[in-house]
Design a protein around this ligand. Structure first.
Ligand code: GLN
Length: 493
């Protein structure tokens, strides 16, 4: 067996047993990156020297019996997390020269626990997108292939497309991502891996380049539910540097993966049965419910009546916050600078040269909905809708312990598809956005393949700060699905 094929949990146990060294693991992954990254473009920066240094430190800690829970585990870090001394681009030209002088809390937590960072993962610019086609550093290739159309190059989803492709192709044992409207769950679904967006406040946003502050959620990717649980435990925790960080204990998520689902009540939101949803996704959803019923869960119909307004409200709130957050990129303090005749000219030239089309579109929409005269009609109204969406979830969770839905309305599409119309692209998030609006945890778990052999995920949504139930339900689906298909492009193949 190749070292890159181990799960994170298996690698951890092998390190502890002395069957493998952190150096072996780092070298195997760096070799895989060297072989495949020129094609997949999953990493925008590879930090080989740093990885080998961190691996040596992990091996020393393991030898002394002082190793942290992630000692020697090689990871990919989405290029939205500031990493001290390592360029952090957010997928944008405007931050291309930016080398942060500090480490984000989440990545610092991973380093504290002994993780090894292989490099920074590609992403849609400022995390805006669902395909990774909007990166200033070029698209990412999904390692999966259509059976009927092998030549087509598929997207990995977005915005955390590099993270998801790296984990699927065995270029990392796990990865960090961020999810503002679906950017962990949708790429996890497209790449046949697991990913969780925890409760808002569970993982600190400090040092994560901001897109929409009230919607941004850091979280992990892994090839198994258990691997995500291990990573989330290290990433999570109260942080006084983030005023929205929650001061709540971090439970043993890994133990929760083994909890039975017997007796749990699982809700099926009827509004998620969308017109035009492919039949195979509908069937997989029903299959997932059967799997949970077979393991002793009770399936209950529930209603989330404001679901249909979720996407529209999101595409007001997210651009509004983005337009405000992105005002700081003015060419004065950090990142790109295009000299101008005067200060205003410098701002304009810098922003015109630094931002891509999708980011400009969001800034325009955001500025518009926040302007005097439109604020009440759009922004304030969207915030009211947001409150109703939260209330839908609160009401549903009075009756059930978790919800099961599809993750995305389609499997991975090809580069170029869905590009003609931004609204079509926005529809990717129809099932994921409500959990961001409400701040509740959501996880995608690979559950089956479509007719073309492409992975499809199911989404488990839970109560605030009850990721444990989410993990137990996702693990139950994982067990029943026995998902063992492999992407065509992966280390050693
Ligand atoms: N696709 C959504 C958007 O473009 C969500 C992105 C995200 O979650 N970061 O806004």
């Amino acid at each position: 067996m190749m070292l890159t094929d181990l799960t994170l949990a298996e690698a951890r146990d092998a390190l502890r047993a002395g069957d493998v060294t952190a150096r072996n693991l780092a070298e195997a992954h760096l070799a895989a990156i060297e072989a495949l990254n020129p094609r997949l473009n999953a990493y925008v920066t590879v930090t080989a020297d740093q990885a080998l240094r961190q691996a040596a430190a992990a091996d020393a800690a393991l030898a002394e019996g002082k190793a942290g829970p992630l000692a020697g585990i090689p990871l990919a870090i989405k290029d939205l997390f500031c990493t001290e001394g390592v360029r952090t681009t957010a997928g944008s030209r405007i931050l291309e020269p930016f080398v942060p002088p500090y480490e984000s809390t989440v990545s610092a937590n991973l380093l504290r626990d002994g993780a090894v960072f292989l490099g920074k993962a590609n992403m849609d610019e400022f995390a805006m997108g669902s395909s990774n086609m909007a990166s200033a550093f070029g698209p990412v290739e999904n390692p999966w292939k259509r059976r009927q159309d092998y030549a087509a190059v598929l997207v990995p989803g977005g915005s955390s497309g590099g993270s998801a492709a790296a984990v699927a192709a065995r270029l990392a044992l796990g990865a960090t991502g961020t999810d503002t409207g679906g950017s962990i769950r949708q790429p996890a679904s497209f790449c046949g891996i697991a990913g969780i967006k925890p409760t808002y406040g569970r993982c600190s946003r400090w040092g994560v380049v901001a897109f929409a502050s009230s919607l941004d959620h850091p979280g992990p990717f892994g090839r198994t539910v258990q691997d995500c649980a291990i990573l989330l435990r290290s990433m999570a925790g109260f942080d006084p540097m983030d005023s929205t960080s929650a001061d709540v204990p971090v439970p043993d998520f890994e133990a929760a993966c083994k909890r039975p689902v017997k007796g749990l009540r699982i809700g099926v939101p009827r509004e998620y049965r969308m017109d035009g949803m492919p039949e195979e996704i509908e069937l997989l959803w029903r299959q997932g419910l059967d799997w949970l019923r077979d393991q002793g869960a009770e399936i209950v119909d529930v209603s989330l009546p404001h679901t249909k307004y979720g996407l529209a409200a999101y595409y007001i709130v997210a651009p509004a916050e983005a337009s405000s957050n992105l005002a700081r990129y003015d060419g004065v303090r950090f990142g790109l600078r295009e000299d101008g005749e005067d200060l205003r000219d410098l701002y304009e030239r810098t922003r015109a040269a630094g931002f891509g089309a999708e980011v400009r579109r969001r800034i325009l929409i955001g500025t518009y909905v926040l302007s005097a005269g439109y604020y009440d009609a759009y922004y304030l109204r969207a915030q009211k809708v947001r409150a109703l969406i939260l209330k839908d979830f609160t009401d549903a969770f009075g009756k059930v312990d978790a919800l099961l839905t599809p993750t995305a309305p389609s499997a991975a599409f090809a580069q170029g598809e869905n590009m003609d119309d931004p609204i079509k692209m926005y529809l990717n998030d129809v099932f994921t956005v409500p959990a961001n609006m409400a701040g509740v945890p959501g996880m995608s778990v690979p559950a089956g393949l479509d007719a073309n052999g492409l992975p499809l995920g199911l989404q488990v949504i839970g109560k605030p700060f009850d990721e444990e139930t989410v993990f137990s339900v996702a693990a139950a689906i994982e067990r029943a699905a026995g998902f063992s298909a492999l992407p065509s492009v992966r280390a050693g193949h």
